[in-house]
Design a protein around this ligand. Structure first.
Ligand code: FES
Length: 123
């Protein structure tokens, strides 16, 4: 038998801490340590950018490989939302089409425009 006294935990686990930022001017939040993609998903957003061909993209691989989730973070484009923890006050925005800053990936970048041309045959 345990006599579990109701003791308030003086050190709250960090999972209960929330961080708040904005996406395209709208508030988003998630548990401290969770990714920008997690915050967007928690807010009900499943696709947060549109490719040059009009295809919607969001979280796909979730491990930093596909680049489908790219966003702008504090003015820096080409950031993978699944790999960056959300921080208080971040200004996250949808990735603009290629005009502002193409990904600097070396060999295997799975840029959305590549995906688009793969999924829709060009004739
Ligand atoms: S979801 Fe694939 S790189 Fe982020």
């Amino acid at each position: 038998m345990s006599h579990a006294a109701h003791s308030p935990s003086p050190q709250t686990p960090q999972a209960s801490q929330r961080v708040r930022a904005t996406f395209d001017g709208e508030p988003i939040e998630t548990a401290a340590g969770s990714s920008i993609a997690a915050a967007l998903t928690e807010s009900g957003c499943s696709a947060w950018r549109t490719t040059a061909n009009g295809k919607q993209r969001g979280l796909f691989c979730g491990i930093g490989i596909c680049f489908d989730c790219i966003v702008e973070v504090d003015g820096e484009s080409g950031q993978r939302a699944c790999m960056i923890p959300l921080e208080d006050g971040m200004d996250v925005r949808p990735q603009r089409s290629r005009s502002s800053a193409p990904p600097t990936g070396d060999a295997t970048s799975n840029d959305s425009s590549v995906s688009d041309s793969n999924s829709e045959a060009t004739k």
